[in-house]
Write a protein that binds this ligand. Sequence first.
Ligand SMILES: C[S@@+](CC[C@H](N)C(=O)[O-])C[C@H]1O[C@@H](n2cnc3c(N)ncnc32)[C@H](O)[C@@H]1O
Length: 233
Amino acid sequence: MPAYNTPDLHRAGFARTNRQTIQQRAALLRELLPETRSIAELCCGDCAAQWQIYREALPGLTFCGLDVAPAIVAANRAAGVPCVCGDALDPTVLAQFLGYDVIFFGPPLSAGCDGHRGLAFDAVQPGYVAFSNLLLGELRYGGTLVCIGPKTTHMGAIRGLYDHIRARRDDFGLRLIQHSHATVTGAGMPTESRLKYVELWFSNRLPDTWEARRSGPAAPETLAAYGLIGAQP
Ligand SMILES: C[S@@+](CC[C@H](N)C(=O)[O-])C[C@H]1O[C@@H](n2cnc3c(N)ncnc32)[C@H](O)[C@@H]1O
């Protein structure tokens, strides 16, 4: 098995998704996919917040995490979160998620999952191309795949992944490019507004519209980029 990035549980600060970003995803699910009955969180890390917030937004939801690190799985289970242990690039492991309406794929975006040494889109492991080849190309998943990309994700990388997916599944499109901004860290510490993730919502249940959205309070650099300095976020 390749040497994957796994968190050091003894470090309180290992990377986890902040609650504002998760709340934004829950709002998008209610808007775009209100019939969602099951969500899988792959490369889940500490996903207690996802489990709580998604179920509040979609009562009766079935949720399950997947992580390659046994200690992470044990910690999630101890918190009551359904979670299985395995490699997201293992076909046997991934096959158990084919019945889920929505799959969030959130591989480590920093070296050692420390949340600081950020990785570029193409350096992320397990990679988006290898994962989508397996899930969509080989296992023929039908539903919505949300690839959680680093904040540095650019249109060239998005186009490349889209073309890769379309070459294998011309029924899949890119519904949304979501720029998630937040004013809290994964550990809940307040910060100025920051662009945290670029999420790519691929689906064969939603139109191929490539809509670009920004959620959360806009970071200064985004306002500048859109020439909106001085405007209300
Ligand atoms: C630290 S978390 C951060 C991202 C997480 N999706 C979140 O939302 O917070 C990333 C997790 O991916 C797990 N991981 C790394 N490689 C993996 C693989 N090949 N299959 C499954 N999990 C993996 C790591 O053990 C780690 O817990």
